[in-house]
Design a protein around this ligand. Structure first.
Ligand SMILES: Nc1ncnc2c1ncn2[C@@H]1O[C@H](COP(=O)(O)OP(=O)(O)OP(=O)(O)O)[C@@H](O)[C@H]1O
Length: 256
């Protein structure tokens, strides 16, 4: 059996006095999509940053392609995993195309500039998220949703085998939410692994294979969406009664 794309072994994640996960064993295969859900402050972003190798674990390890992060150089990690942060600071004046092209940096040699082929890849990614024709726009002039889609286009330009996305639907209208989830589904069909923090269990049920529920006290529940995403479990997760609505084979969860 081949090694999973992403694996945690006995992963303990803490932030301040707060334990997010205790002894978490998680495996994500190529082509799989995993949703992380939980209340505000439960530690989803902290966990995702740990899965990205961007913050140390309090215990256990995170393995990418069967190697722990400390065994990977920064470039080796960047070629394999892409991370969409919840907020992206842009301290420098930069255009949309220049930003998308930063996705190619792990692929370039130390003194190498982006090539015409890199620009073609970046433009194709921008077109996929509906930002065709925005190349020369200053990022500072973009709307919140446009910035979010630029973040996704930059990841598509990076073309990692693992996508780690912190609230990829934030700021997006319903049309662009579905378009982005479809785009991520296509990356998974092509063999990528996708882990995303979502706040809508109905969209998680529709677009993910498995879910990881983070309760905020160190405990988690994980499993296939059809088993884990139930009104009962989600009511417990969010501390508010939810009911399940069925519609044409799809399941939605709304406040009771
Ligand atoms: N440096 C820090 N020191 C102490 N506590 C912190 C620190 N950074 C974050 N926290 C706290 O850790 C908890 C987890 O934060 P995190 O951003 O991971 O939550 P989250 O589940 O992603 O929340 P949200 O849904 O609101 O984005 C929060 O209560 C946050 O206030």
């Amino acid at each position: 059996m081949s090694a999973p794309l992403l694996e945690t072994r006995g992963l303990t994640v803490t932030v301040g006095e707060h334990t997010v996960t205790r002894d978490l064993d998680l495996r994500l295969a190529r082509g799989e999509r995993l949703a992380i859900l939980g209340r505000n402050g439960a530690g989803k972003s902290t966990l995702l940053a740990t899965l990205a190798g961007l913050r140390p674990a309090a215990g256990g390890e995170v393995r990418l392609d069967d190697r722990p992060y400390p065994a990977l150089s920064a470039r080796e990690a960047a070629l394999r995993r892409g991370w969409l942060a919840q907020t992206a600071p842009d301290p420098f004046a930069t255009t949309v195309l220049e930003t998308a092209l930063t996705g190619r940096h792990p692929h370039l040699g130390r003194w190498e500039w982006e090539s015409a082929a890199d620009a073609t890849l970046a433009r194709a990614a921008l077109a996929k998220v509906g930002l065709g024709g925005f190349d020369q726009r200053q990022v500072a002039t973009l709307s919140g949703g446009e910035r979010q889609r630029l973040g996704l286009a930059t990841l598509l330009t990076q073309a990692p085998s693992l996508y780690l996305l912190d609230e990829p639907l934030a700021h997006l209208d319903l049309n662009h939410q579905i378009a982005s989830l479809e785009l991520l589904a296509r990356q998974a069909e092509a063999g990528a692994g996708v882990v995303m923090v979502l706040h809508d269990p109905g969209l998680a049920a529709r677009y993910c294979d498995r879910a990881l529920l983070v309760f905020g006290d160190g405990t988690v529940t994980q499993g296939p969406c059809d088993q884990v995403l139930t009104a009962r479990t989600l009511s417990c997760l969010y501390g508010y009664p939810l009911k399940e609505l069925a519609d044409g084979g799809r399941r939605w969860f709304v406040p009771a």
